[in-house]
Design a protein around this ligand. Structure first.
Ligand code: UDP
Length: 330
């Protein structure tokens, strides 16, 4: 297939681009490099540096590309920033995505895979989370992603879009050869922060909350490896049908606590990794993990990484080889 990947220079996008290229798809990446990295883009893909807000560019790219489908990753993703700057999120995650859908309708492109999030569920009444619990996000980031799920559903009905929203849990790990991985500035995520402590780039990791109603008092998340996440995207693309909106949780089905992540990182790296009990981070639910039965049953997806240690080991390989992230590539 001819596939356009927006945000293909970002963390999840770049891993999906690699998987698409491995599967012999023809890939074009559109990324403005505001958060992504040119060096993260597989050399087999064609790269266009540009912004989704540039309507002329988006129209000509879609008109010229003869694309069979689009994977859409280009979005802002920092929950805390979305609270302080909501309109930045509505502009990029909603307005630019609506424009992209308009251009897709115009160019008659009917396959759309969308990076959604478990943040659309807000604070679930119970875990594991199935797709049929009410979606009730608690921050602007989650609102923007849910708004686009609604738009996709409506477009499926109105003009035959085939769309799939993948609701990720905690995207983690790196390509197993250690050549691409996570590189955010600033870095808000637990695993890279813990590994930066192991590398000596930070003195310690703060454990946000040690009084949660969980077995060890720290928050529980579902860490899904990049390769498993990327395979879910390819299956979603392959299985799309015009006029259908689908949505799946993408998680392992296993919860891992912050303390368990840190202990696993100590075993993987052999470093002490000092951890400081700290207050809860505002807006953090105590426990989030997926019930991935729906994607397993309907798309035949199965996670290969079901244990946190190999996930951290893959990230460790990337961080050791690239202690300054993609800056080491230039
Ligand atoms: N966390 C932590 N210390 C940090 C960063 C994160 O204790 O320096 C916790 C965070 O509060 C959450 C879990 O680790 O419970 C995963 O956080 P992350 O930001 O990686 O992903 P999120 O679940 O927020 O999407």
């Amino acid at each position: 297939m001819n596939v356009l990947v927006t945000g293909g220079a970002g963390y999840v996008g770049s891993h999906c681009v690699r998987h698409l290229c491995d599967a012999a798809h023809d890939v074009v990446v559109l990324d403005n490099l505001c958060a992504g990295h040119r060096a993260a883009v597989d050399q087999r893909a064609r790269f266009i540096e540009g912004d989704l807000a540039n309507r002329t560019l988006v129209r000509s790219t879609l008109t010229d590309g003869a694309f069979d489908g689009i994977m859409h990753f280009a979005a802002h993703l920092d929950v805390g920033e979305s609270v302080s700057q909501p309109l930045k999120y509505y502009e990029n995650n909603v307005i630019n995505t609506v424009r992209l859908l308009q251009e897709m309708e115009r160019a008659d492109i009917r396959r759309f895979v969308f990076s959604s999030t478990c943040a659309t569920y807000g604070v679930p009444a119970s875990v594991p989370i199935t797709e049929d619990i009410p979606q009730s996000p608690i921050n602007p980031y989650g609102h923007t992603k849910l708004a686009m799920e609604w738009a996709m559903r409506d477009c499926a009905e109105a003009w035959g879009l085939g769309a799939c929203a993948l609701r990720y849990f905690n995207a983690s790990g790196a390509a197993e050869d250690g050549t691409i991985g996570e590189d955010h500035h600033p870095e808000p995520h637990l695993i890279p922060i813990v590994l930066q402590v192991a590398l000596g780039q930070r003195e310690n990791v703060k454990i946000f909350g040690v009084d949660y109603p969980t077995p060890d008092g720290t928050a529980v998340r579902d860490y899904i490896h990049m390769d498993d996440l990327a395979r879910a995207h390819l299956l979603a693309l392959d299985s799309q049908e015009p006029g259908t909106f689908r949505y799946y949780n993408v998680g392992t089905g296993t919860g891992t606590s912050v303390k368990e992540v840190i202990d696993a990182a100590r075993r993987v790296t052999g470093h002490e990794i000092p951890a400081i009990p700290s207050p809860r981070r505002p807006g953090d639910p105590p426990e989030l993990y997926a019930d991935p039965t729906k994607i397993m049953t309907e798309l035949g997806w199965k996670p290969k990484f079901t244990n946190i240690e190999p996930v951290i080991a893959s990230a460790w390989k990337w961080h050791q080889a690239h202690p300054n992230g993609f800056a080491d590539e230039s």
